[in-house]
Structures are given as structure tokens and as C-alpha cells.
Design a protein around this ligand. Structure first.
Ligand code: AMP
Length: 393
């Protein structure tokens, strides 16, 4: 039998999948289904880069999951799934670790959909679809918020009437699976740094920073929603709430219109009027594209100062995410004016995309560590399935 763990990351119209061996870190296969529901497209490859043939409907998440599994079964006829791990954006105030899925948990997570209406329903649809397709397989939920639940109250709360805090209007922070991976990697490759004051900059289409002390999240730039903090591909980042009042009062915009503006038309796309994609902006050379990059860099520097203040200093800065891992320009520009916090980039190392990109004598180590959220989900699923299996035995 080929025992394996499947990880699923269900977005609004996409599904990212990886298949891990029962006890290995290198995926046997991975891929993505895009545009589920309309002109869907599937790309699956095994670890050698060979395409995995699939046949079947991609009209819904449920059908896409079944089609993906059928493709894997065609490739590995004796495939046996030990567990399916799901990325779930919101675990609410109480979930601090992955957990096995049952009906009670789904009801709890559905209640949290009002906190993350654009993400949570899709994650839950993915879980339901997987439960339907594979009723006997252990499903495990891994939360993007869990890593941040260690944050102190001052960073958890907004200065709003207490009742709102009690009903869950708090700063949750997201990208937790990525931060967990980076924290684990840092502990492996630079254990001394991992015990210190670390800021991780997850800069991708979604972007945030996290202040981590001795492996625990102390503060993060994303708050109640995935809109706060840094500007992103299409999301606004930190915004004066007075702007929302203006949009409602003076422009008569309703919640759906404002949500669409803030989530899908703002950020790099809104500022550049061109693209949400950093590569496109770097190549464009228009004044607006330049200003969008300037704004992104400036807000990263500002938030980095805030994260370092929350930690009482900084020992290491780690870049990850599509921009953090690949854009030499953005990394160099962010580090440009940060000598006061001991940050000094080595341009040769940075241009070569080396793991350590700070100069030899710099007080603060700057590193690039490619993130791997899928591996964290697989680890969570493996641990829960192993524990529940032992309890049942
Ligand atoms: P992610 O959401 O983590 O996949 O990151 C996507 C972002 O990374 C997009 O803005 C891409 O343009 C950006 N990105 C990927 N590769 C590069 C690169 N070589 N140079 C600059 N930006 C990049």
C-alpha cells in the first residue's frame, strides 16, 4: 500500500493540493485547480515534474477533489489516504492547534464565517466536500489564526467597547501556518536566532509581518481581517476607519461595495492602476507603478519598526512569500534605510538570492527562507491522525 496524507487549501475558485508520503517531507505530488465553476483548469505533477493525468468534472470543489484523488489513484493504484489536512483561515479565539473534524467543529467554524466571509465558507466547503468523497478518512483542520493566539492582550484588543471584544472582535492575525513553518526552519538552521527577537515578513499577494519572540507570536500586522497592516496585491492594508465612514456617508456605498473595493481593487493594483503583480510593476517603469512599489516598501519599513518595537529590538529579519523570496529589488529597498536597527544588506548575496543576505558585520541577520504552508498542514494532519489512531487502538 502507498500510504499518504493529502493537504487541501480551498479558495473561492481554486484548490491547491499536495500529497505527502506517510512519514516524509517531500510531496509525492502537488498541483492546483483554478477557476472552479467556470473554465476550470487542473495542473497536477508528481515529484519528478511529470504531469498526472486526470479525468472528471471540476464544476465544484467536491467534484474537483474527487477528480484530483482519481488522478492520484491512477498514478498510485494502491494509494491509501491516512488523513486529509485542510487550511482553515479562522479558528476563532480558542483554537491554538490543529484539530480533528467532526460535526460539532464544523458548526463552530461556520459561526466564524461572519469574521472571514470571503475565505472561511470556501475552506468549510472544501472540508465538507472531502468528507463526502472520503467518509472514512480522518479530516484535520489547521488554522491560520492559531499561531497568533499567544499574543498578549494589548495586541489582541481594539480600543472599542468591551462587549465587542467579548463577541470576538479581536486582532487574530493570519498567515500563521507560514509563520509556524519559518519558526521551525529557523530553529533547525539557526537555533540561537530562533530563541531571540525575530520579525518574519511574509510578502506575497497577501502580505503581513509577525513579531516572534522565542518562537511565539507577540504581534502581527494583520488584525481582525486579512485587510489590515501592509498593502497587498489587491488589498488596502492599514486604513483610517474615517475613510470607511466617508465612503458610506458621502458616496453611499454599501458593505458589499466597500468590501469589493478594499479586497479586490486596492493595494498594488489600486495604486498602480496596472497590476497586483510585483513582477509586472517592477518591469513596467510607469510613475504609478513606481509609486505603488514606493508605497509598499515604505509601509514595510514602517511596520518593521512597529514589530521591532513590540519585541524591544530585533535579532533577525526573515523574508518569505513570492515577493520576499524572489524580489531582490524589494528586499534591498526595504533594508535601505534600516541601519539604525542593525540591518545592512549585502547586495551581492541579495542579488544571488542567498539564504543570508545581510552583511557579515551587521548586528541583525537578514535571511530569505522559502515558506511551506503545505508541510505544516501535512504535519498537523499526521499528528492528529496518529493520535486519534492510538486512542482508538
Ligand atoms: P505569492 O502570493 O506568495 O505566490 O506571491 C505572489 C507575488 O510574488 C506576486 O506579486 C509576484 O509578482 C511576486 N513575485 C514572484 N516572483 C517574483 C520575482 N522574481 N520578482 C518579483 N516579484 C515576484
Amino acid at each position: 500500500m502507498t500510504h499518504a496524507i493529502l493537504t487541501l487549501n480551498a479558495g473561492s475558485s481554486s484548490l491547491k493540493v499536495s500529497l505527502f508520503p506517510a512519514d516524509g517531507d517531500q510531496p509525492m505530488a502537488s498541483g492546483v485547480v483554478d477557476r472552479i465553476g467556470a473554465a476550470a483548469e487542473i495542473r497536477l505533477k508528481d515529484r519528478d515534474g511529470q504531469p498526472i493525468a486526470t479525468e472528471g468534472s471540476l464544476a465544484s470543489h467536491a467534484e474537483a477533489i474527487s477528480t484530483v484523488i482519481a488522478g492520484f489513484r491512477g498514478h498510485w493504484p494502491d494509494l491509501a489516504l491516512l488523513a486529509i489536512g485542510h487550511r482553515v483561515v479562522h479558528g476563532g479565539p480558542s483554537r491554538t492547534a490543529p484539530v480533528g473534524v467532526d460535526e460539532g467543529l464544523l458548526v463552530e467554524l461556520e459561526r466564524l464565517s461572519s469574521f472571514a466571509p470571503l475565505h472561511q465558507p470556501h475552506n468549510l466547503a472544501g472540508i465538507r466536500a472531502a468528507m463526502e468523497a472520503f467518509p472514512g478518512v480522518q479530516q484535520v483542520a489547521c488554522f491560520d489564526t492559531a499561531f497568533h493566539r499567544s499574543q498578549p492582550w494589548v495586541n489582541d484588543a481594539f480600543a472599542l467597547p468591551r462587549q465587542l471584544f467579548d463577541e470576538g472582535v479581536r486582532r487574530y492575525g493570519f498567515h500563521g501556518l507560514s509563520y509556524e513553518y519559518i519558526t521551525g526552519e529557523l530553529a533547525r538552521i539557526a537555533p540561537q536566532l530562533a530563541e531571540g527577537r525575530v520579525v518574519v515578513a511574509h510578502l506575497g499577494n497577501g502580505a503581513s509581518m509577525c513579531a516572534i519572540q522565542n518562537g511565539r507570536s507577540v504581534a502581527s500586522t494583520m488584525g481582525f481581517s486579512a485587510l489590515d497592516g501592509l498593502p497587498m496585491g489587491t488589498r488596502c492594508g492599514q486604513l483610517d476607519p474615517g475613510v470607511l465612514l466617508y465612503l458610506m456617508d458621502q458616496k453611499g456605498m454599501n458593505a458589499a461595495e466597500i468590501s469589493d473595493l478594499l479586497y479586490t481593487k486596492s493595494g498594488l493594483l489600486g495604486l498602480s492602476g496596472l497590476s497586483n503583480d510585483m513582477r509586472t510593476l517592477e518591469a513596467a517603469g510607469t510613475p504609478e507603478a513606481g509609486q505603488a512599489i514606493d508605497y509598499f516598501v515604505f509601509r514595510c519599513q514602517r511596520e518593521l519598526g512597529a514589530m521591532a518595537a513590540a519585541l524591544g529590538g530585533i535579532d533577525a529579519l526573515i523574508f518569505c512569500g513570492g515577493i520576499g523570496e524572489n524580489s531582490r529589488l524589494v528586499r534591498a529597498r526595504i533594508c535601505e534605510r534600516l541601519a539604525w536597527m542593525g540591518i545592512e544588506i549585502d547586495h551581492g548575496r541579495n542579488a544571488a538570492n542567498e539564504r543570508v543576505v545581510s552583511s557579515e558585520l551587521a548586528r541583525t541577520t537578514v535571511m530569505v527562507i522559502p515558506t511551506n504552508e503545505e508541510l505544516v498542514i501535512a504535519g498537523g494532519a499526521r499528528a492528529i491522525a496518529g493520535r486519534l489512531g492510538q486512542e482508538a487502538a
